[in-house]
Design a protein around this ligand. Structure first.
Ligand code: NMX
Ligand code: MLT
Length: 436
């Protein structure tokens, strides 16, 4: 069955009913007590959101609807002759909760290809944007103006009932996912290639990742495999990360999916979040300039300490939730071991992996000294020729659309209200706790 909308049309009301009953029975149950420290510490660890598409365990890593990354690599359909999962499969999994068949992912590739064309006003705006605008800002701007096409916005204005909001949100999310590779390729070509490359075409017989790669001017089938892996593993990281949370929050105001997603991309563009993949390569290149490709351990350690002593973070290391090496790092490392074992930058990344965690532990304040997803993605991209570091977070964003937009459909299906937590002033908190 390839009727994706029909499949979720059956599932959403059942889940909404289950949530209603659960809330009726346990609505007043205490989940946890909030500490004052957590309020000042970026709400770290506060269990305060419901998010269905994925769940992060600090000591295991991410599960998408119950499946780990290795599970997804095994179970999700592949491209002909390929070994890595197709991102279409993880989107289907997150949206429906079911592992799709090959036929279902092939349908999705074709459906996205059908919806991929950009309206001419978006093309024109993108083509005339200054090349000095950062690729992430270009992404945010392009998606923002795409909101002119929102079916949800039109339906809401015409007064459709709340029970069917999700149907229009689904249409917008499918349109946006379909158009993202075209937008991303246009940004790449506009920023880094010649003017003739600005006009990009989707091949409807090919998958989402392959199309993105070819529209950017690449053709290596192994790079297409990397793209499939990359776009699969960055898709979601439960709901509390800054980009997913932003999309969830903005979506809850019934702003349309384009505006909600664009807001999330502005969060992803921060160096403590998705931009860290750019920062990692910038840092590694600086290291190579100073120490060459094969520095000894002592010189490497000195460089790490120098970075820390100058008040900077080591990009790609640490995490707000994880307390282990990110499994997304591990699977990229496995890809590198298989396809580029002798690449000098990969060897350097491996050497950095040995020296950084003990130093961060020694620092004494870092909750997680291990590498996250961003510590490994740049080295793979640069190996295949994608050396423009300021572009890396755009690929993260294209992938992040899948989880966050699948959740947006469910959020409207369940009927979540506008998100609006309570804030307090320090004075009010002191009064409450009898301080001052
Ligand atoms: N290098 C140096 N110091 C660090 C690092 C690091 N990689 N990670 C954490 N710290 C510091 C942090 O700055 C804080 O210092 P201070 O109290 O002086 O402000 C202290 O350790 C405690 O922070 P944590 O509780 O360990 O981390 P937190 O949950 O606040 O932040 C990150 C998580 C990911 C923002 C943080 O680890 C970081 O800045 N890492 C480097 C940037 C990065 O790789 N971000 C990408 C995250 C993944 N993603 O794609 O979004
Ligand atoms: C993510 O993928 O969003 C990052 O690892 C950050 C996070 O989970 O907080």
């Amino acid at each position: 069955n390839t009727d994706l909308k029909g499949i979720i049309a059956k599932k959403i009301p059942k889940h909404a009913e289950l949530v209603k009953k659960f809330r009726k029975e346990h609505g007043k149950a205490k989940i946890m007590a909030v500490e004052l420290g957590q309020m000042y510490n970026g709400m770290r660890g506060i269990r305060s959101m419901v998010y269905e598409t994925s769940l992060l365990d600090p000591n295991e890593g991410i599960r998408f609807r119950g499946l780990t990354i290795p599970d997804c690599q095994k179970q999700l359909p592949k491209a002909p002759g390929g070994k890595e999962p197709l991102p279409e499969g993880i989107f289907w999994l997150m949206l429906t909760g079911d592992v799709p068949t090959q036929e279902q992912v092939n349908w999705l590739s074709k459906e996205w290809a059908k919806r991929a064309k950009l309206p001419s006003h978006v093309v024109k705006s993108m083509d005339t944007m200054s090349k000095t605008v950062h690729p992430m800002a270009q992404l945010s701007a392009a998606v923002t103006i795409l909101s002119a096409e929102s079916k949800f916005q039109k339906a809401y204005s015409s007064g459709v009932k709340k029970a069917v909001y999700w149907e229009y949100v689904y249409e917008d999310c499918m349109d946006l996912l379909a158009k993202l590779p075209v937008i991303a390729a246009k940004i790449y070509n506009h920023s880094f290639r010649s003017e003739e490359c600005g006009c990009v075409e989707i091949d409807p017989s090919k998958d989402w990742s392959y199309n993105l790669m070819t529209m950017m001017g690449y053709s290596d089938p192994q790079f297409a495999e990397l793209m499939r892996l990359y776009l699969t593993i960055h898709c979601d990281h439960e709901g509390g990360n800054a980009s997913a949370h932003t999309i969830h929050l903005v979506g809850s105001t019934l702003s349309d999916p384009f505006l909600a997603f664009a807001a999330g991309m502005n969060a992803l563009a921060g160096p403590l979040h998705g931009l860290a993949n750019q920062e990692v390569l910038v840092w590694i290149n600086r290291l190579r300039e100073k120490l060459g490709d094969d520095p000894n351990e002592k010189r490497l350690k000195d460089f790490v300490w120098k970075t820390l002593k100058s008040g900077q973070v080591i990009p790609g290391y640490g995490h707000a939730v994880l307390r282990i090496t990110d499994p997304r790092y591990t699977c990229q490392r496995e890809f590198a071991e298989k396809h580029l074992p002798n690449d000098p930058v990969f060897k350097l990344v491996s050497a950095i992996y040995k020296v950084v965690p003990p130093i961060l532990k020694e620092l004494g304040k870092v909750a997680n000294p291990w590498p996250n997803v961003d510590a490994h993605s740049g080295v793979l991209l640069q190996y295949y020729g994608l050396t423009q570091m300021s572009y890396y977070t755009v690929l993260f964003g294209v992938s992040r659309a899948m989880g966050t937009l699948a959740q947006l459909v469910w959020s409207r299906g369940i009927g979540f209200p506008i998100e609006r937590p309570k804030s307090l002033t320090t004075e009010a908190l002191m009064k409450q706790l009898g301080g001052k």
